[in-house]
Design a protein around this ligand. Structure first.
Ligand SMILES: [Zn+2]
Length: 143
């Protein structure tokens, strides 16, 4: 499993150091959960200070196309600490973790399919962008 060839230096370039450090701390605490990884990009659910989980997507090497659902990003288009956390978590993950992350949504789709649900693709796509729904579906599918 390969990631985009992230240029961490370029990603952090121009960001206040405090924001970079907060993002790195989030990754270290395991607050950035990888939902989708591949050569084309990553999608992560990143927990913030108030237990709100934001959805982060990054494809470009320098994260110039990064998106996050947090207010900093939505209001100011700031490359936020959640983007740092997501990239850092992906770059720091070992091969097994990346394989598991890459298999996560296909596996969920399989499980939902076996349950005979006919809205599988739409559900999985919603769960990518809805952390609570993802947890719900994975819990229900395992049970
Ligand atoms: Zn953010």
């Amino acid at each position: 499993m390969t990631l985009p060839d992230f240029d961490y230096q370029a990603i952090c370039d121009g960001m206040p150091e405090a924001r970079v450090m907060r993002g790195e701390a989030y990754a270290a605490k395991g607050w950035a959960e990888l939902v989708e990884v591949g050569p084309a990009g990553i999608l992560a659910h990143v927990k913030g200070e108030r237990d709100i989980v934001y959805v982060v997507e990054v494809s470009a090497r320098d994260a110039s196309d990064a998106r996050c659902t947090c207010p900093d990003f939505e209001e100011n288009r700031l490359r936020c600490k959640h983007v740092v956390a997501a990239v850092r978590a992906a770059m720091g993950a070992d091969a097994a973790t990346l394989e598991t992350a890459a298999a996560r949504l296909p596996r969920l789709a399989d499980l939902l399919d076996m349950e005979g649900r006919d809205d599988v693709d739409a559900l999985v796509d919603r769960a990518r962008r809805d952390p609570a729904l993802l947890i719900d579906l994975e819990g229900a599918a395992v049970a």
